[in-house]
Design a binder for this molecule. Structure first.
Ligand code: UDP
Length: 405
C-alpha cells in the first residue's frame, strides 16, 4: 500500500503537511462511505484508494456496500440510464422494491458520524434520518445534466434530506433545496493502475494477449455499457482502417451493480468477429496492471462515451501522457482542452478522422499527451481530492452555512 508521504514526489511536501493539518480537525469523527459495488467502475476504484490514505492521515474512515438482489440492480440500472437521458419505464413495484432494499440495508447498518452516500442506489438509506441522526452527504458521480424528471422527482425526496450534495462537474448542478458542492474525482498515481511500469512488464501483457506492438494500437478501456459506445468505437476504427493500418483493443469487465454488461459484450464480440485485428478482452476484477500496461503500450486511447460521469479512464490515459480522443460529454471536457491536452469528438466520423491524424502525426500526438499529463498532475490527483473532501467534512461540524468549495 502506498504511503501518504510518497505523494510528495508528485505534489510537494507542503500539500501532504496540509492534509495532516486538516485531518486533525476530524479527530473523533468517523466517516462511513456507502456505495453499491466493491469492484468495477470509477466509484469503487476511488474508494479503494482513498480509504487507506484517509486512515493514514488519522481519519476514521470506512467503506460499506449495500446488498441488493437482481431486481434491485435491474431497477437501479434503469435509474442510471434514465438519469442519463435514456427513455426507461420504471414500475411502481420497482420503486417499492428499491425502497425495501434500502430500508433493509439501513436496518442492518452501523452508521458513522458522517454518512457519505455514493450515487442513487443507496440514496434512500437516509429515509429515517430523524431517528438515525448523523451528518449526511450525497455524492453523485453520474452525468446529471438532463435527468428523467420522474426518476429525479423520486430521488429528490431523499436528496433533499442530506446536508449537501456533491457533483463532479458544473454541468451536473441541479436546482436543489440543499447546498451543492463541486468536487472532481481523481486518480492515484501510485496505484497498480497508474504507477510507472517497466518496458518488459508492458511488453509481456501485449504478448499475453497476442497484440502486435510493431503496428499502431488504438485502445478503449471501459465497462461494456451502451453509454461507453463500444459499437461506435468499432465503427470509427473500421472507417479509419480503410486508410491506415491499425489494431483495436476493447478491454473491460463488468460491475456487480451493472446487469447489462454480458449482453453488450456479446454484441461487441459479434461486430468484431470477422476482424483479427480487433481484440475484445474481458478483464476480470483486479486487472489493474493489465489496464496500466494496455494504456501505456497503446498508440492512441479512446473514450468515446455518449454520456459520462467524470470519466476516470480519461485521466488515467492522460496521466500516462497518451494522446486521447474522447466524447465531449460529462466530465471529459474538464480533462481535455480540445487540441491542447487531447481531442474532443462528437461523432463516429470525427473520431475516425482524429484516429488517423494522431497515428500519422506522432510529434503532435505526443505533445497532446504531455499537456494532458500536466493537466492531470495539477487538477486530478488523489491528494487534491482528499483535501476537498476533508474541507467538506470539517464544514459539516461548523455552525451556519456549509462552506462552498
Ligand atoms: N475499469 C476497470 N476494469 C474494467 C473497466 C474499467 O478497472 O474492466 C476501471 C477504469 O480503469 C476506471 C474505472 O474502472 O478506473 C472506470 O471509471 P470511469 O469513470 O471511466 O467509468 P464508470 O465505469 O465509473 O462509468
Amino acid at each position: 500500500m502506498a504511503r501518504i508521504e510518497d505523494y510528495a514526489s508528485f505534489v510537494g511536501q507542503a500539500t501532504i503537511d496540509e492534509l495532516f493539518l486538516l485531518a486533525r480537525h476530524l479527530e473523533g469523527k468517523s466517516v462511513q462511505n456507502v456505495n453499491s459495488t466493491a469492484v468495477g467502475g470509477g466509484v469503487a476504484e476511488i474508494l479503494s484508494r482513498m480509504i487507506p490514505l484517509l486512515k493514514q492521515l488519522g481519519v476514521e474512515a470506512r467503506w460499506d456496500c449495500i446488498k441488493g438482489d437482481e431486481k434491485f440492480f435491474a431497477t437501479t440500472k434503469k435509474f442510471h440510464n434514465g438519469l442519463h437521458g435514456v427513455a426507461v419505464d420504471v414500475g411502481d413495484d420497482e420503486y417499492e422494491h428499491f425502497l425495501e432494499v434500502n430500508r433493509r440495508n439501513a436496518g442492518e447498518m452501523t452508521f458513522g458520524d458522517i454518512v457519505f452516500v455514493h450515487d442513487p442506489q443507496p440514496v434512500a438509506l437516509i429515509e429515517n434520518r430523524a431517528e438515525i441522526g448523523r451528518r449526511w452527504l450525497w455524492r453523485c458521480h453520474i452525468d446529471f445534466s438532463r435527468p428523467d424528471p420522474k426518476i429525479w422527482k423520486f430521488l429528490d425526496q431523499f436528496v433533499a434530506r442530506y446536508d449537501a450534495a456533491v457533483f463532479s462537474a458544473p454541468a451536473f448542478a441541479q436546482k436543489l433545496s440543499v447546498p451543492q458542492v463541486l468536487i472532481a474525482p481523481s486518480i492515484d498515481p501510485l496505484s497498480d493502475k497508474n504507477k510507472e511500469l517497466s518496458e518488459e512488464a508492458i511488453a509481456s501483457v501485449f504478448e499475453r494477449f497476442g497484440i502486435d506492438r510493431s503496428r499502431p494500437i488504438v485502445t478503449q478501456i471501459s465497462r461494456f455499457d451502451y453509454l461507453k459506445d463500444p459499437l461506435g468505437v468499432i465503427q470509427a476504427y473500421k472507417l479509419a482502417k480503410q486508410r491506415l493500418d491499425m489494431q483495436l483493443v476493447l478491454a473491460g469487465g463488468g460491475a456487480t451493480d451493472d446487469p447489462e454488461g454480458p449482453a453488450i459484450m456479446e454484441q461487441v464480440k459479434e461486430q468484431a468477429s470477422k476482424d483479427a485485428d480487433i481484440f475484445v478482452l474481458f478483464l476480470p476484477p483486479a486487472s489493474d496492471i493489465e489496464i496500466n500496461a494496455l494504456q501505456r503500450g497503446s498508440t492512441v486511447i479512446l473514450q468515446k462515451s455518449l454520456k459520462e460521469g467524470f470519466g476516470l479512464t480519461v485521466a488515467e490515459a492522460l496521466w500516462k501522457a497518451k494522446p486521447t480522443i474522447a466524447g465531449a460529454v460529462g466530465g471529459i471536457p474538464l480533462q481535455i482542452a480540445h487540441k491542447y491536452s487531447g481531442i474532443l469528438t462528437h461523432s463516429i466520423e470525427g473520431t475516425a478522422q482524429w484516429i488517423k491524424q494522431l497515428i500519422s502525426s506522432p510529434a503532435y500526438a505526443s505533445k497532446l499527451g504531455e499537456n494532458g499529463r500536466e493537466h492531470v498532475r495539477n487538477n486530478f490527483l488523489i491528494t487534491r481530492h482528499i483535501k476537498d473532501y476533508l474541507l467538506l467534512f470539517i464544514s459539516l461540524f461548523h455552525e451556519g452555512d456549509i462552506v462552498y468549495l
